[in-house]
Design a protein around this ligand. Sequence first.
Ligand code: TXA
Ligand code: MG
Length: 323
Amino acid sequence: MNIFEATKETIDRAANVIKSGGLVAFPTETVYGLGADGLNPIAVAKIFETKKRPSFNPLILHIANKNELTEFAFVDDSRIEKLINKFWPGPLTLVLPKHDVVPDIVTSGNTTVAIRMPDHPVALQLIERSGCPIAAPSANKFGHLSPTEASHVYRSIGDKVDMILDGGKCSVGVESTIIQFTDGKIILLRPGGLSREEIENEIGKVEVISKFSIRPNAPGQLPFHYAPTIPLYFLTVENLKKYSNKKIGALFFKCANLNYNFESIRILSEKGDMKEAAANLFKYLHELEKENIDLILAEPVEEEGLGVAIMDRLNKGTNRFIN
Ligand code: TXA
Ligand code: MG
């Protein structure tokens, strides 16, 4: 077993793994990341190999200190400072013009780089002790459910990483919100753990990238993503009829209000709290895909605040099975 409870000693060991070009899965407040030295192209190449990820998908650089941002990216808009002062550390990734020190393999040849400062003590200590920015995608095989617990990482890619640091359950549970600054405009590339409303309260209007962008530069924008290993569809009357002879696992938002003989049931938040629902989303999908059921039906949630990120993940998860 290569899962280690995160302690001062194990974080030091993990930092040595990163320094020597290895891979460490580590907790952040959003999801677990699969980390490598972000300035070492060979170490970063191992990430793509391990995830079986198309190499055109660029990675996020994780830093431990707000001041490091300008080492790797050009900051030429006062709104950027406003955002990082308010939301870093936290689930917000900024895509900005990159400096030459950032290797092309990190950005997939783009002239921009994605950067965030995670809000998790283990992630921050690991980055600090490694002495480099850590490039990290979510620590799962490409296209599958994101990991929000160390055991999820272990099931997906456990045999391919040098160490998994266990820091418990991720508190946010969906990936960071990604925004890009281009030509004075701010574009939301991926909805995530920080809502658009919160960002707009701070800096004004944010545009949303078209859903049907043909050349996505965020897998979050690919039509298929975040899919469990068994079919996932939305919970509708038609689907209940269509699959009435199947064993169904149901994922509800607030209450299991349907009189139907489901094989298994999960409720994202009995209080109806979107934050709690987001934190439980991947956990419950991981649990359901392990059960003896034929498919999962998920109740749609209201697309407001974090509900936008939840529906984005569910839409992309269902898309894989619809066509
Ligand atoms: O919460 C998170 O963001 C997690 C944790 C580990 O930090 N990371 C994560 O990484 O979700 P990943 O690789 O699964 O998603 C990163 C997204 C991808 O959709 C990628 O295409 C986009 O960031 N991205 C990275 N660099 C970019 C760039 N230069 N321009 C546009 N999108 C970029
Ligand atoms: Mg991912």
